[in-house]
Design a protein. Structure first.
Length: 161
């Protein structure tokens, strides 16, 4: 968009410089006409040049007006996009703050869970330890991770309650 806008501004500047050049040409033609005023040919030539310059001038003015209209329309069309980008930026900023708060809360919750897990492990009864160990080796046997012989050794050698 910036490149399009820059090209449009360059075009308008170019048109303005041509208007200045045309104005200088009109002045030169006027001096020429004054010098040749006495002859009909000079008047006719002057009139033709003035008509030509007038057409060029009007054409340049029309181009400038069209460029100005395009610039205004361009500005109008980009305004909603700029507003949307600004709103998105604000929303993203708020979301970032909310995510930081949630991450902090999650860290605290994880600490609490680790602490409760540690306390629960420390206060387990011998029966709970025995039951957990039996459940583990039962699962290993069911999945085929250990043989029946290894299972029997583990249950035989396991401390009894």
């Amino acid at each position: 968009m910036r490149d399009t806008f820059a090209a449009l501004v360059n075009f308008v500047a170019d048109a303005l410089s041509k208007i200045l050049a045309m104005t200088e040409q009109a002045l030169k033609l006027e001096e020429f006409a004054n010098a040749l005023k006495t002859t009909e040919t000079a008047a006719s030539t002057f009139s033709a040049k003035v008509d030509e310059l007038t057409k060029q001038h009007n054409s340049a003015l029309q181009a400038i007006n069209e460029n100005i209209t395009s610039l205004v329309n361009f500005e109008r069309s980009t305004k909603p996009a700029a507003q949307a980008a600004e709103q998105y930026g604000r929303a993203a900023s708020r979301a970032s703050v909310d995510i930081s708060k949630m991450a902090s809360a999650q860290k605290e919750q994880n600490k609490t869970l680790e602490e409760t897990k540690r306390i629960t492990e420390e206060i387990r009864t011998p029966q709970e330890v025995f039951a957990d160990n039996i459940a583990k080796i039962d699962g290993y046997l069911a999945k085929g991770y250990i043989t029946l012989e290894a299972y029997n050794r583990a249950t035989t050698n396991m401390p009894k309650i």
